[in-house]
Each structure stands twice: as C-alpha cells, then as structure tokens.
Design a protein around this ligand. Structure first.
Ligand code: OGA
Ligand code: MN
Length: 299
C-alpha cells in the first residue's frame, strides 16, 4: 500500500480491507490486515461480504498470531466447535492447547502424533457433513509448511450447481443423499464404526443434494464426500452413476483453486459451499497447522 493509500485507509476503517480475488473460480487474498489486532465492525462486515462472495479467504503473513488471537478472530464468525474427543493418543503438547484448536500435522514426538491427517492425500470432501448440522467454516493457520507438496485445493459448489446441464439440475432438486461418517478424509476408520462398503448401509446424516446458503440465498450443490454416499430412493446402480456424474462435474479444474502454503497463511473456507482436498507431501518434511471450526449453532 502506498503511504497515500495508508493515510486514506486509516481515516475510514472499512477501506483498510483490500480484497484481491485469485482470478480462479473462488478464493481471494485479504491484504493489509493484522488479525492479532482488534477489528472494527465495518471491517468485519467487509470481511463477511468478501467471504460470501469468494468462499475462501486467504490472509498471508499471520505468523505473529497467537493461539488466542486465532480463536478470537475465528469467533467473529460464530460459535467455535471443540476438537474431536477421538483425538486419541495425541501428544500432551496438543492436549494442552485450548479445546477450540485442532492440530493438522504429520509430526510425531515421543512416538505420538501431534495432529491429524498425516502426510498422505486427503481426498475431496467438505468437513463433517455426516453430522445433522455440519460446520459452517474452518480457519486453518499454517505454522510450518513443506517446501513443496501438501497444497490444498478448493472447489466452488455454487458454480458446480449453476453450470450443471438444466435437466440434471432439475433431476436433483428434491433428491437427498446420506453422508458417510465411518472414515475421515485421510481414509482412516473412525472409532466405533463398521467398515462397510455397501453405500445402502451407510450411517450418517441425510442432506439434500441442492442447498440454499443462508447468508447469500444462492443454491449450491452439496456433496460431502464420495465414499459410501448414497442417494435415497434410487437403486444402488443409479445412485452410483448419478454421484459419479455430479462429482466429476464438481471438481473440474476450472471450478477449483489451489492454495500453495506459506508459513503464516491463514485460510478460511465456507464449508457449506466448497469442497477441499490436499496433496500428499514428503513424510520427512514438517507440516504443522492450527485449525478452528465455526459451528452453525448460535450458542
Ligand atoms: C481440514 C483439512 C487439509 C490440509 O483441516 O479439514 O482437510 O490442507 N485440511 O491440511
Ligand atoms: Mn477437511
């Protein structure tokens, strides 16, 4: 920012938020904000508007954020979820963090994992859509990143819906899909779940394939994750074929954007209208992120 621009923006705080779209199907950088400092109401309003428009916001250079800053900033967008109890066998260093922080990392110390998801690929998904009321958003802060690999890609599910052939859009209007709770995006079986491969046996929440975003009023495709998904009322064969078609459509490269992480990147995604996936990376490399999750609950 030039000093003239800086002078103007200190006069009107809403002008402090400079949004630079990625130029891809979704995503924008938010420039010129230090998230460790208190934010004015009109700045927050501008951020919410940018988030609604771009679905994923990236704030670079936030390495100075403390754990408490990260939590405080995240709370502007709603009630925060606590990290899953199933964080079994986690290192004491992680257990000592506030309950609002989940660690995503491949690092191990004293034979124990510091966080979840390891170093492998995380397949396309939205977070926890197997719950009746899935989370609204997540804010992932990179504290250590590999020199290469571990990129995270996002897909725009408004565009996926809008660009469907009209007959397909019509066909899915009133269909509902069961979202599998049994495995996480790294493919690990969750505690207490049977290892089923028949989508008709899937245990998890049922959601419409088309949802309306409460903030924007726009319709989007709603897919969750592919594995064990099942469209209610269809034969298994028809459900599989329709889901394959919708998934192939939704994750076409022109509907996505890829984030190459730098230390200090805070990336916030609207979990209701995006999917994400992560590349694998070198197991010897260090990747360590802190994550908060915003609930759809209001209390
Ligand atoms: C997540 C997730 C991907 C990544 O935190 O929900 O899928 O890049 N993370 O670590
Ligand atoms: Mn995820």
């Amino acid at each position: 920012m030039s000093s003239a621009a800086a002078a103007i923006s200190s006069a009107t705080s809403s002008a402090r938020v400079h949004i630079r779209p990625t130029g891809a199907a979704l995503g924008a950088d938010v420039l010129g904000l230090d998230l460790s400092r208190p934010l004015e109401a009109d700045t927050l309003q501008a951020l919410q508007a940018a988030w609604d428009q771009h679905l994923v916001l990236r704030f670079r250079g936030q390495q100075q954020l403390t754990v408490d800053d990260h939590i405080r900033f995240s709370r502007h967008f709603g009630v925060l979820d606590q990290r899953p109890l199933a964080a079994k066998g986690l290192h004491a260093q992680t257990a000592a963090l506030p309950q609002e922080i989940t660690v995503i990392s491949n690092l191990r110390q004293d034979g124990q994992a510091l966080g979840g998801l390891g170093d492998g690929e995380a397949v396309w998904h939205a977070d926890m859509t197997y719950q009746t009321i899935p989370p609204k958003a997540a804010l992932l802060l990179a504290r250590e990143v590999p020199a290469a690999g571990g990129n995270t890609y996002f897909a725009n599910l408004y565009l996926a819906y809008d660009s469907l052939p009209a007959d397909l859009r019509q066909q899915i209007q009133s269909l509902e899909c069961v979202h599998d709770a049994s495995r996480n995006s790294a493919g690990e079986l969750r505690l207490g779940f049977a290892d089923t491969t028949d989508p008709r046996q899937t245990v998890g929440a049922i959601h419409p394939l088309v949802r309306v975003h409460p903030g924007t009023g726009r319709k989007s495709l709603y897919l969750g994750r592919r594995r064990n998904a099942y469209i209610q009322g269809l034969t298994l064969e028809d459900s599989e074929a329709l889901l394959d078609t919708l998934w192939a459509h939704a994750v076409q490269p022109q509907l996505t954007w890829g984030q190459q992480w730098q230390e200090g990147d805070l990336v916030a995604w609207d979990n209701r209208v995006t999917l994400h996936r992560r590349d694998a990376f070198d197991p010897q490399a260090r990747r360590y992120m802190h994550r908060t999750q915003v609930s759809e609950r209001t209390a």
